[in-house]
Design a protein around this ligand. Structure first.
Ligand SMILES: [Zn+2]
Ligand SMILES: [Zn+2]
Length: 332
């Protein structure tokens, strides 16, 4: 553990000094990279990317209609997509909220901010959770479903630029498809960094992104509690698959991982205790993004791609970095 003094060492949980993942390390660190990718439970794939992939896989094969049906727009199959996404998001986020916040199952263990979630007139319907739920379910889900439906319709009509119709067509296509599944979260992180920097531009921040930042303390439903224009930008990551070779399962997974990942990333707890007797735990939210909610002008991306480091906005959780970041910015 790093000995540097932490900026937020009072009360809540702090994981220590943050470090970037070995994906873009230079010189490359192949062994560390493989360990990070495949480790359990603290690797990149296991458990969460794999769990989200499994949900996307089951939804894709059991709930999405055939491409013959998808080739013509109709309210009936678009409703199926909407209900599928609504139910998945409701159950997934509801379970996180119920376990960590309603039942308080692990108390404040690994919790960043010990204050309760907000209540009062500043929240629609009187509480932070109700407001967060409303915008997740009735703005994020329709926009996610609209993008997904559009992409399915494009694929069914052969409008994609580089559609992969048979991922087993050759060993190269199969390897590419597997690698693309692994890197879908990275595509999302880079896309998120770009749109996130954009909406921190003052006029857009004031009218759009400030709505998400009402959530200084966060719960699982805060992840997708955004202004609808932010949903349009944030979820447009699905459209990337219009321009790159991919299968429909890739973009269905991209949408689902983006939405479920946002909720998981805002649980407010660094880790989820899975066995209270042994204290065994698996990762949950990220302190990196929690610092963004706390201090606003830092950590716009994720710890996978070092864009914040390259562009001077990386907050590693230490007092030293905090002073360096905010001294010059706060002269006004
Ligand atoms: Zn956030
Ligand atoms: Zn922000």
């Amino acid at each position: 553990m790093d000995k540097e003094e932490l900026v937020d060492a009072r009360g809540g949980w702090t994981p220590g000094k943050l470090e970037y993942k070995p994906l873009f390390a230079f010189p490359p660190k192949p062994i560390e990279l493989l360990k990070w990718l495949f480790n359990y439970p603290d690797g990149f794939i296991f458990p969460w990317a794999a769990i989200h992939f499994a949900i996307a896989f089951l939804c894709y094969y059991f709930l999405i209609p055939s491409f013959e049906i998808l080739s013509t727009f109709s309210l009936s199959w678009i409703s199926i997509i909407f209900i599928k996404n609504f139910v998945v998001l409701f159950i997934y986020t509801g379970l996180w909220h119920l376990h960590l916040h309603t039942n308080n199952s692990q108390g404040d263990k690994f919790r960043y901010n010990l204050r309760p979630l907000g209540k009062g007139k500043q929240w629609f319907f009187g509480t932070q959770t109700r407001e967060n739920m409303f915008f997740s379910l009735f703005s994020a889900v329709p926009i996610w479903s609209a993008y997904e439906s559009l992409m399915l319709w494009c694929f069914a009509n052969d409008y994609m630029l580089f559609p992969i119709k048979d991922w087993l067509a050759s060993p190269y296509v199969a390897i590419y498809c597997v690698l693309l599944f692994i890197f879908i979260p990275i595509i999302q992180h880079v896309h998120f960094y770009c749109i996130h920097r954009l909406i921190h531009w003052k006029p857009l921040y004031d009218h759009i992104h400030s709505f998400h930042h009402k959530n200084v303390n966060v719960g699982p439903w805060s992840g997708l509690s955004m202004h609808p224009v932010e949903h349009l930008l944030y979820l447009s990551t699905i459209l990337v698959h219009f321009f790159i070779p991919s299968t429909p399962l890739h973009f269905v997974y991209q949408g689902l991982h983006t939405c479920l990942g946002a909720q998981k990333g805002h649980t407010g707890y660094e880790r989820l205790v899975v066995d209270p007797k042994t204290g065994k735990s698996i990762p949950s939210a990220g302190y990196f993004h929690y610092l963004h909610h706390k201090y606003f002008e830092c950590n716009y991306g994720e710890l996978t791609s070092p864009l914040d480091k390259w562009f001077g906005s990386f907050h590693d959780g230490t007092k030293k970095t905090h002073e360096k970041l905010f001294k010059s910015n706060r002269t006004a």
